[in-house]
Design a binder for this molecule. Structure first.
Ligand code: SAM
Length: 275
C-alpha cells in the first residue's frame, strides 16, 4: 500500500510514529520502538518534520510529542499490567502503526488483535515485511471501520468473548462522532467478560479548548479538520452505567512522574476502566 493512498486520518498514525521514533533515539527513552523510524522514512512527506520557525510551532510540536510519549509509556504499562492480572486476549482498536505486538514482553500465550482501516494496515504490513519484523505474540489483523459493525470480523477472526480482554483505543476517540464513540463503548461492553479492562485518552469534545496559540498553527488546523470530538468527559458516565469501574489519571502528574516536563497547555489525561 503506497503511503500516498493513506487517508488523512490514517496519516495521523505517521505523526505518532514520528514522535515514537524521536523518543527511541534518546538515552533516557521511556520505550524503544524499533520500527517507528522505518514508517516515517517510508512516507516522509506524510509526516513532515514540523518547521521550528516560531515559538508557537516549537511549543505545539513539543507538547504533542510529550503527549504521545507519555501515553505510549502509560499504555505499555497498562497492557502488561492487565496481562500480569490474567488477561491473555489483547485488542488494539485503531492500532495504526502501533508495534506493541513486536516490542513488548508479553506472556507466552497472549493473543493480540489489531483493528484499523485497510489503508494504514496495508502500509504497516509492507514496512514490517521489509524489516523482517516478527511478532512476539499471536497477532491477528482485522480491517474494519470502527464506526460500523466491527465486532463481526473480530469474532470471525477468533476473538473469544468468554475470556477477559484488555482493550486499548489509543488516539481514536476524537476521530469518532459522539454517537459512534458511544456505539463503540457499548460494543466493547457487550464483548467484555468479567475481568476485562479498557483504556483510552480523556479528551475534550470540543476543539476550542485548545489554546489560541495552538489554533493559529497550520498543523493544528489540519488536526482540527479531522476532529469529531468523541464523547469527551461523558465517556466516564456511560461506562459506569454499563458496569465499568472508571479510574482517571491526570497527564501532567504522570508526565512528571516519568521525569519529563509536562506540557504547557495541552493537558489531557487517561481513562482506565475495569469490569
Ligand atoms: C492518531 S492514529 C493512532 C494510531 C495508534 N493507536 C497509535 O497510537 O499509534 C489514529 C488511528 O485511528 C484510525 N481510525 C480513525 N478512525 C477510524 C475508524 N472509523 N475506523 C478504524 N480506524 C480508525 C486511523 O486509521 C489511525 O490509524
Amino acid at each position: 500500500m503506497p503511503h500516498d493512498r493513506l487517508t488523512p486520518v490514517g496519516k495521523t498514525a505517521l505523526a505518532v510514529a514520528r514522535a515514537r521514533a524521536e523518543e527511541s533515539t534518546r538515552a533516557d527513552r521511556l520505550f524503544e520502538d524499533p520500527y517507528a523510524s522505518a514508517f516515517v522514512e517510508a512516507a516522509p512527506e506524510s509526516a513532515p518534520e514540523q518547521p521550528a520557525d516560531s515559538d508557537g510551532a516549537n511549543r505545539l510540536r513539543d507538547d504533542l510529542a510529550t503527549h504521545i510519549v507519555t501515553r505510549t509509556r502509560f499504555f505499555d504499562r497498562y497492557l502488561l499490567d492487565a496481562c500480569a492480572h490474567g488477561c491473555r486476549q489483547v485488542v488494539l482498536l485503531a492500532a495504526g502503526l502501533d508495534t506493541r505486538a513486536f516490542r513488548l514482553d508479553w506472556p507466552d500465550d497472549v493473543r493480540l488483535f489489531e483493528v484499523d482501516r485497510a489503508d494504514i494496515l496495508g502500509f504497516k504490513r509492507d514496512i514490517l515485511d521489509v524489516a523482517g519484523a516478527a511478532p512476539v505474540c499471536e497477532r491477528t489483523i482485522i480491517q474494519a471501520d470502527l464506526s460500523e459493525r466491527w465486532e463481526k470480523p473480530l469474532v470471525a477472526a477468533g476473538f473469544d468473548r468468554t475470556v477477559p480482554t484488555v482493550w486499548l483505543a489509543e488516539g481514536l476517540m476524537v476521530y469518532l462522532s459522539a454517537d459512534d464513540a458511544a456505539g463503540l463503548l457499548t460494543t466493547i461492553g457487550d464483548l467484555s467478560a468479567p475481568g476485562s479492562r479498557l483504556s483510552f485518552e480523556r479528551s475534550p469534545r470540543t476543539l476550542p479548548t485548545f489554546p489560541d496559540w495552538a489554533l493559529s498553527m497550520p498543523q493544528a488546523t489540519e488536526f482540527a479538520s479531522l476532529w469529531k470530538g468523541g464523547l469527551g468527559e461523558d465517556a466516564s458516565q456511560l461506562l459506569e452505567q454499563q458496569g465499568w469501574a472508571v479510574t482517571l489519571t491526570g497527564q501532567q502528574q504522570l508526565t512528571r512522574s516519568y521525569g519529563r516536563a509536562p506540557q504547557t497547555d495541552i493537558a489531557w489525561g487517561f481513562l482506565t476502566a475495569a469490569r
